[in-house]
Each structure stands twice: as structure tokens, then as C-alpha cells.
Design a binder for this molecule. Structure first.
Ligand SMILES: [Zn+2]
Ligand SMILES: [Zn+2]
Ligand SMILES: [Zn+2]
Length: 146
């Protein structure tokens, strides 16, 4: 006779993509997310999707600068993602691209993000560190050409 109070159905368990320890649902300031029980040795977090860890590759939902989780804006002023480290000083925002944050590209000179801009001669990628960093790259197929 199985004990109904002890449901060990494997589907209830979700494992860390990095160290394979179980993930635990946590309530963050920015909403629920899955944290690794191997914390603090493993700092992997996975976005929550309807009560389960998101099956999407987590890297897509990481801040490309500080690796904290990206959070989708729900303020109704257009879809975009912002870094959950915003209050800690990380001001990264990325446009939404069909439900995932747009791919971010780093400046090879200073490591900050490149931002796609439109200039007189068409699209180009400028450094978000401008005017301290004046690196810019031509646009090719929606990516910076390094
Ligand atoms: Zn882990
Ligand atoms: Zn960040
Ligand atoms: Zn730069």
C-alpha cells in the first residue's frame, strides 16, 4: 500500500543542469525561480515556468553581464527583459525576441554590451559604454561583425 503523503514520483524532482543535485523552488523578489540545493557551491538558478523549471536552456535567460536571471517585464510597455540584479546596479535590459531575451553581444574592447543602433549608413553596433568606449561594429545578419 503506497503512502500517499510520501509522493516520490520522479516527475516532481528537477535536477540542476550543472551539478545534477535537486533544484528547489524559491520565492525571489522578482518571482519564483529554481535554485540548486548545492548552493553555495553551485549557484545555478533556473527560471520557473508554470511551477516547473523552464526546459529552455537557462543561459538564454541569464544576464550577459552579471549572469543573474533576466526577468521579463510585465509592465505592459512593450516586451523586454531586465536583469534581476537591477537593484544591485546592473542595468542590463534586452529586447524580447519571441519570448526569449534577444542575444547579447559584448564589446571586445571593454566587455560591456553592444547595442544595435541605426546610423546614417545603416545599422551598426555601438558599445553601451559610449562615450567612454567608442567601439562600434558593422552589422551583418543582425550580429556585430568583429
Ligand atoms: Zn547545481
Ligand atoms: Zn546583470
Ligand atoms: Zn566597449
Amino acid at each position: 500500500m503506497p503512502d500517499p503523503s510520501h509522493d516520490s514520483s520522479p516527475s516532481k524532482f528537477h535536477f540542476c543542469p550543472d551539478c545534477k543535485k535537486p533544484l528547489r523552488l524559491k520565492q525571489g523578489k522578482m518571482g519564483p525561480f529554481w535554485g540548486c540545493t548545492g548552493y553555495p557551491d553551485c549557484r545555478t538558478t533556473v527560471n520557473d515556468l508554470d511551477g516547473k523549471p523552464s526546459p529552455e536552456p537557462d543561459a538564454q535567460y541569464r544576464c550577459p553581464v552579471c549572469t543573474r536571471r533576466l526577468v521579463r517585464s510585465d509592465r505592459g510597455d512593450g516586451d523586454y527583459w531586465f536583469c534581476s540584479g537591477y537593484s544591485k546596479g546592473c542595468k542590463v535590459t534586452l529586447a524580447d525576441n519571441g519570448g526569449i531575451p534577444e542575444t547579447a553581444y559584448h564589446c571586445h574592447q571593454c566587455g560591456q554590451l553592444l547595442v544595435k543602433r541605426t546610423g546614417k549608413n545603416g545599422a551598426f553596433w555601438g558599445c553601451s559604454g559610449y562615450p567612454d568606449c567608442r567601439a562600434s561594429h558593422r552589422d551583418k545578419d543582425n550580429r556585430p561583425q568583429y
